[in-house]
Design a protein around this ligand. Structure first.
Ligand SMILES: Nc1nc2c(c(=O)[nH]1)N[C@H]1C(S)=C(S)[C@@H](COP(=O)(O)O)O[C@H]1N2
Ligand SMILES: [Mo]
Length: 220
């Protein structure tokens, strides 16, 4: 033990030592984690809002198809059976919507975008992706974002088939970008040499949409 410790009987030191013993200010919650988890300008919700263009296409799995084309070595059209034959993954992720709600801990099952890209083999020139959906919606993102480790083509949420209102039978989930990039009722993944704006991006939304730097609108 050191013998040259400073005298330690000031009133403040004594009261701080007392706080430490009592655990004062400790809430029992992982406060710093909670704060780091919520992007600026967002608030947490418990329910799951539905947002779309007002058309919710009814796509039976019997007629469902997903086409992957553009700048790939092996263009592919998957039917339901072929899609289910790809390794199935589970991911838990948070949702951040540009309209300021966030929803934590969503458990998804589906096909990872990386596994899908391994099947089609993007060409060297491929740099971006345009997503097309059964309701006519489109949205774009850089290929690196589409290929993120947590990105899934999801068909189950919390152990249940994904509801039609939320994009069932299959939607994209790219959790590290605002949720408008996560196309519901996805029908086609088109690999492009250069990023091109989709529906909301033409209407003033950001080309990338990173919630941590508030890339909400293109003008900002
Ligand atoms: N096909 C399609 N995908 C879409 C949309 C849409 O209108 N059509 N809206 C986007 C927007 S703006 C948001 S916020 C989320 C909403 O998903 P949710 O309804 O499951 O919450 O879906 C995105 N994906
Ligand atoms: Mo949105």
């Amino acid at each position: 033990m050191s013998e040259d410790q400073p005298p330690d009987d000031s009133k403040l030191t004594r009261s701080k030592r007392g706080w430490a013993e009592q655990g004062k200010f400790l809430t029992g919650h992982a406060v710093s984690t909670q704060v780091d988890r919520l992007p600026p300008g967002q608030h947490v919700v418990g329910d799951w809002p539905v947002l779309d263009l007002g058309r919710q296409p009814d796509v039976a799995t019997a007629r469902w198809q997903l086409k992957i084309d553009g700048l790939v070595e092996r263009p592919l059209t998957l039917d339901w059976a072929a899609f289910q034959a790809i390794p199935q993954r589970e991911r838990i992720s948070d949702i951040h919507c540009v309209t300021t709600w966030s929803r934590y801990d969503n458990r998804w099952q589906g096909v990872s975008t990386r596994d899908l890209l391994d099947l089609v083999q993007p060409k060297d020139e491929a740099a971006a992706v345009m997503l097309h959906a059964y309701d006519g919606y489109t949205t774009n993102l850089p290929l690196a974002d589409f290929a993120a480790k947590d990105a899934l083509l999801a068909h189950h949420w919390e152990g249940q088939p994904l509801a039609r209102a939320h994009g069932g039978p299959v939607r994209l989930v790219v959790p590290h970008l605002y949720f408008w990039k996560s196309a519901k009722w996805i029908s086609r993944i088109e690999l492009l040499g250069r990023d091109r704006p989709g529906f909301w991006e033409v209407n003033g939304y950001h080309m990338r949409g990173d919630p941590w730097t508030e890339q909400r609108y293109s003008g900002a």
